[in-house]
Design a protein around this ligand. Structure first.
Ligand code: CMP
Length: 140
């Protein structure tokens, strides 16, 4: 079981000035932030990152949303990080997210859902490598 996962604070949360609150939530839940940066995804990058969804009806709106403003991407470390982070953010649709989860507290819609989390250890490794080079990740 891997101890790392990728998190993204999405453009809606940045626009709503929630970055600090979400980073506090991450730290309060015992995650170590071992890499973090603010970026503005290009259309090509967003298409590639979400390629797994390219046949879905929401793909083109998702790419537009994810390129509508900056994101903060983070590598989080904690025991069983993928599952721990998914529990911390709650269900994809904020209407179904448990009370106290990030999406319950801060997200608006199933698309504009404030944060991303990797869905498996295998994808976490790929997603971290998508955004960070080895020398951008703390090795302690
Ligand atoms: P994320 O966890 O980043 O993974 C894929 C994203 O697609 C998801 O968060 C949402 O932003 C978006 N998404 C998933 N399902 C839907 C849907 N039914 N309608 C619109 N957007 C969706």
């Amino acid at each position: 079981m891997s101890n790392r996962t990728l998190a993204i604070i999405k453009p809606d949360a940045i626009q709503n000035r929630l970055t600090g609150k979400i980073i506090d939530h991450i730290l309060d839940n015992g995650f170590d932030i071992i890499a973090m940066k603010k970026i503005h995804l290009s259309v090509a990058e967003a298409k590639e990152f979400y390629a797994i969804h390219k046949e879905k009806p929401f793909y083109s709106d998702l790419v537009s949303f994810m390129t509508s403003g900056p994101c903060v991407v983070l590598t989080l470390q904690k025991e069983e990080a993928v599952e721990a982070w998914r529990n911390t953010i709650g269900a994809t649709d904020p209407a179904e997210a448990s009370p106290g989860t990030i999406r319950n507290l801060y997200a608006d819609t199933v698309q504009n859902n404030a944060v991303h989390g990797s869905d498996s250890d295998e994808n976490a490794i790929k997603e971290i490598a998508f955004f960070f080079s080895i020398n951008e990740i703390l090795m302690n």
